[in-house]
Design a protein around this ligand. Structure first.
Ligand code: ZN
Length: 458
């Protein structure tokens, strides 16, 4: 079977594209990425037929810029969404769904984060709905501590299965499913909360009166006055297991319908979550440290990864290539046998061994109101982070994944190289596609309620 061995791991062409995303999901809390707790048996099983990317990054630690980049293949700086979640993507920006719909694909999304809800007239949508002929953002539950709407994992999978049952029988499709569960407040089903609860250590934190996570439990995370961070960490794990169970139900149905092997399936998270690192607790959108922007990324080619692909001792075909969310659009289009769009800067991930080494990739977190902006550029090993007025910090994430030891003073040549790469990146940015569009009042109020935007008077 020499031919099978020489075949690239993700070479087969796909009829359909399926993108599954989960909000606020850290890679290192998943079995496939080495976590010791059984948070993700379904995802781990799926990953055995996928390419597993160990060095994958989001473009931003916020939902809006992260998902907007993922669904357009373009960096936040070019599509009008850099300042956190406060801006709508430019209406002239072409989304993957728009392109695929124009090429005859049926396009459907089932999404469960209140931020991406589109229920006119009060929630007009923030741009991610563009191009989806079926956009199911039905959310009836209000989150604890927030007036925001959400839908749990069971409802999300039900919505996706309902569309699969009624979709047009002939023709190709693009399906996007976005789960919300690991996003705080952490309220897993009681049986999973019990299964993952351990005896917490004595460490205690102040209960915050703001939505920020620096040295405190953010107000929206507060669970009946609980002030021991370990309790929140366990509940975060239980939320992942709840999502995982429903992810498994979705994959099983795709398999039963014969759609899994006809499709390219990509799984990732929009961003990570701080669980106490750098003194940030149970929050994201505060910085671009690794815990907030390193994400899981699994690419399942049609039929699964080829039998000849090299695997680790646990049976996973892994890649340590440096990749980010901008690579997802070209990966999907290559598998669908469609040409890449102008303006894309990502690369297809079907043959990871051919990806350039030491690729420089950028993450940004740009201030909305009182927050401080932060940028990062990395090459797969080194990450350089800086804020407007501070000296840059440099981390070697291969030996220091927690980014605790700043090596900027010891490695001036690495700092200079990454600074030059960032200057080159800035020069390469095209004009913003569409002006930044302020959100309508209702959406702004909704975001404020979500804790995404600080109200002007507090
Ligand atoms: Zn998010």
């Amino acid at each position: 079977m020499v031919a099978a061995c020489s075949e690239p791991p993700g070479a087969k062409r796909a009829a359909n594209a399926i993108l599954i995303t989960c909000d606020t999901l850290r890679a290192d809390r998943l079995g496939v990425y080495g976590y010791e707790r059984a948070t993700s048996p379904e995802l781990d099983a799926f990953a055995r037929d996928a390419l597993v990317f160990d060095r994958a990054y989001s473009c931003a630690p916020w939902t809006q810029p992260a998902l907007s980049s993922l669904l357009t293949g373009r960096p936040p700086e070019e599509i009008g969404v850099t300042p956190g979640n406060t801006k709508r993507m430019g209406k002239s920006v072409e989304t993957l769904a728009e392109t695929l719909r124009a090429r005859g694909f049926a396009t459907a999304a089932c999404v469960s984060n209140g931020l991406v809800r589109k229920v006119p007239p009060n929630f007009a949508g923030i741009g991610l709905e563009q191009g989806f002929e079926h956009y199911d953002s039905e959310m009836t539950a209000r989150e604890k501590n927030r007036v925001a709407f959400e839908r749990d994992a069971s409802g999300t999978t039900d919505a996706a299965l309902a569309w699969l049952a009624t979709r047009p029988r002939d023709g190709r499709f693009f399906l996007w499913v976005h789960f919300q569960d690991p996003h705080g407040p952490y309220l897993p089903p009681p049986e999973l909360a019990a299964e993952f609860a351990r005896t917490p250590k004595d460490e205690k934190l102040p209960l915050g009166t703001t939505q920020r996570g620096l040295g405190q439990i953010p107000q929206y995370q507060n669970l009946d006055g609980e002030n021991r961070p370990d309790v929140y960490r366990d509940r975060y794990d239980a939320e992942i297991r709840y999502f995982d169970r429903e992810f498994g139900r979705l994959i099983a149905e795709l398999r039963a319908r014969g759609l899994l092997d006809d499709s390219i399936v990509v799984f990732t998270a929009d961003h990570g979550e701080s669980l106490g690192e750098h003194d940030q607790y149970f929050c994201h959108g505060e910085n671009v440290q690794r815990e907030q922007v390193h994400v899981p990324l699994l690419v399942r080619p049609p039929g699964g990864v080829s039998k000849g692909a090299e695997r680790d001792r646990r049976g996973y075909a892994r890649s340590n290539a440096h990749v980010n969310h901008l690579d997802v659009a070209p990966t999907l289009f290559e598998a669908l046998d469609l040409p890449a769009l102008a303006g894309w800067r990502g690369l297809p991930l079907s043959e990871p061994s051919t990806l350039p080494r030491e690729r420089a990739l950028v993450q940004s977190f740009v201030a909305q109101r009182k927050n401080v902006s932060e940028w990062a550029i990395g090459d797969g090993r080194w990450r350089l982070l800086w804020r407007e007025r501070d000296e840059p910090r440099l981390y070697d994430v291969l030996v220091d994944p927690g980014e605790l030891r700043d090596l900027a003073a010891e490695q001036p040549e690495v700092v200079a190289r990454l600074q030059a790469a960032y200057a080159e990146y800035e020069r390469s940015l095209g004009a913003q596609d569409g002006v930044e569009t302020a959100l309508d009042d209702e959406t702004s109020k909704g975001l404020e309620a979500l804790g995404y935007v600080e109200a002007p008077n507090r």
